[in-house]
Design a protein around this ligand. Structure first.
Ligand SMILES: *Cc1c(COP(=O)(O)O)cnc(C)c1O
Length: 391
C-alpha cells in the first residue's frame, strides 16, 4: 500500500496519474513533465530537449535557472526568508528603490501575484478617488480573484462566479471614444493592458493611450496600466508604456518581476498612495522574493536584455512574417511579445511544436503566442522558425 509513496519511479505516466487523481483538474496541460531548464531550453523527465517559447507565460525573462538568480536566492534563503511587514528588511527597501527607478513612478506596494496586484490597484483607485466603478476593455485579462475577475473580459471565466464587483463595464478595444462615452462621475479608474496578452497580443493604435490619458484627466478618473505580462523587457523596453509615451497613475507588475520567483507589485505616481492600514499582504515583499527580483533586474540591466529583446524580437517577427504556414494572417507585437494570428485554431501547431522540440502556446484559440526568455539566441529562433515552417 505504501509503495506509492516510496516509489522512485518517475516516468511521465505515473506523474500524469497522480495529477489526475490528486490535483483539481483546472488546467488543460501539455502531456510532458518538465524537470529542468537552462537559458531558453527546458528538459522533460525523459531527457528530451525543448526550446521554450512560452517562458512560463512571460515569466522567465532572464532564462531558466540563471546562475546569478540561483545564487541570489540561495544566499538569501540561508540568511532570512520571511519575517512579515511588521519589520523592515534591506532587500525590500532596495527593491522598492530599484522599481521606482525602472518604472519612473513614486512609490510601490508589494504583493505576490498578478491578480493580487490588480486587486491592490482597484482598492487604491477606490480609496484615492472615493469613487467605486471601473472601466475595462474587451478581450482584457486581469486575473482570477473576484475583483480582477470583474475586469476580465471572457464571460466563460466570470459567469459562474457572479455577482462580481461590477457588471457590464467593458468597452471595445482601441476605442478611446467608447471610454469617453462610458465614463461617469463615479468612475474610479480605467484599466488597460498597453498590449493585451491573453486576449491575443493586441497592440493598440498609436494615439489611443494618449487619448485615454486625456479622457481620464478630464474626468478625474485614474488610469491603471496592467503591465503584469508586458513588464521587465518583454516588449523591448523596461515597460510597455514607454512605447506609447504615456504615464499611468497606477501600474501593476508580476510575472517576470522575480525572474521566476513568485511576486507582484504595484507602483503609483506621487500623491496616489495607500495610507496606514489601508492594505497589507503577509508575504508581500519578502526578503527572498525581493532578493530574486533584485538579481533579475540586475541581470536584465547588465546583460542588455532590453536591447536584445527589441533587436532579436524584430528579427523573430520578420522571420515569422515570412512563414508560408497555411492560414497565417498576421504577426504582431513588440519585442519578444509576439502573436501569430491564424484563420483557424492553432492547437495542432502547439502539438506539432512539442513533438519537434519547441514549447508553444496558443491564446484566444487562434493566436500563437511567442514569448521566449529574453536570452533566446538567433540560432534558437532559427530552429523555432524552421519547425514552424515544416508544420
Ligand atoms: C497573467 C496576468 C494577470 C494575472 O496574474 P496571476 O499572477 O496569474 O494572478 C493579470 N494581468 C495580466 C495582464 C496578466 O497577463
Amino acid at each position: 500500500m505504501e509503495q506509492d509513496y516510496i516509489s522512485s519511479s518517475s516516468d511521465s505516466q505515473s506523474i500524469f496519474d497522480k495529477d489526475s487523481k490528486y490535483v483539481m483538474q483546472t488546467y488543460g496541460r501539455q502531456p510532458i513533465v518538465i524537470a529542468s531548464g537552462k537559458g531558453s531550453i527546458v528538459y522533460d523527465i525523459e531527457g528530451r530537449e525543448y526550446i521554450d517559447c512560452v517562458a512560463g507565460i512571460a515569466v522567465n525573462n532572464v532564462g531558466h535557472c540563471h546562475p546569478r538568480l540561483v545564487e541570489a536566492i540561495k544566499d538569501q534563503a540561508e540568511k532570512l526568508m520571511h519575517v512579515s511587514n511588521l519589520y523592515y528588511t534591506e532587500p525590500q527597501a532596495q527593491l522598492a528603490e530599484e522599481l521606482v527607478n525602472v518604472t519612473g513612478m513614486d512609490r510601490v506596494f508589494f504583493c505576490n501575484s498578478g491578480t493580487e496586484a490588480v486587486e491592490a490597484a482597484m482598492k487604491l483607485a477606490r480609496v484615492h478617488t472615493k469613487k467605486t466603478d471601473f472601466i475595462a476593455v474587451e478581450h482584457s485579462f486581469h486575473g482570477r480573484t473576484m475583483g480582477a475577475l470583474s475586469l476580465t473580459y471572457k464571460d466563460m471565466y466570470r459567469a459562474p462566479f457572479k455577482p462580481l464587483v461590477q457588471e457590464e463595464m467593458f468597452v471595445p478595444f482601441d476605442d478611446a471614444q467608447a471610454i469617453a462615452d462610458s465614463i461617469t462621475p463615479n468612475t474610479a479608474a480605467v484599466i488597460v493592458e498597453p498590449i493585451q496578452g491573453e486576449g491575443g497580443i493586441n497592440v493598440p493604435s498609436e494615439g489611443y493611450l494618449k487619448e485615454v490619458r486625456k479622457i481620464c484627466d478630464e474626468n478625474e478618473t485614474l488610469l491603471i496600466f496592467d503591465e503584469v505580462q508586458t513588464g521587465f523587457g518583454r516588449t523591448g523596453t523596461w515597460f510597455c508604456k514607454e512605447h506609447f509615451g504615456v504615464e499611468p497613475d497606477i501600474m501593476t507588475m508580476a510575472k517576470a518581476i522575480g525572474g521566476g520567483f513568485p511576486m507582484g507589485a504595484i507602483a503609483a505616481r506621487e500623491g496616489v498612495s495607500f495610507g496606514r492600514g489601508e492594505h497589507a499582504a503577509t508575504f508581500g515583499g519578502s526578503p527572498l522574493a525581493c532578493a530574486a527580483a533584485l538579481a533579475s533586474i540586475e541581470i536584465i540591466r547588465e546583460e542588455n536584455l532590453i536591447k536584445h529583446s527589441k533587436e532579436i524580437g524584430e528579427y523573430f517577427r520578420n522571420e515569422l512574417s515570412n512563414l508560408s504556414t497555411e492560414g497565417l494572417i498576421e504577426v504582431r507585437g513588440k519585442g519578444l511579445m509576439l502573436g501569430v494570428q491564424f484563420d483557424r485554431k492553432c492547437a495542432d501547431l502547439v502539438e506539432y511544436g512539442r513533438k519537434n522540440g519547441i514549447l508553444l502556446n496558443c491564446t484566444s484559440e487562434t493566436v500563437l503566442r511567442i514569448a521566449p526568455p529574453l536570452v533566446i539566441t538567433k540560432e534558437e529562433i532559427d530552429r523555432v522558425v524552421n519547425v514552424l515552417e515544416q508544420a
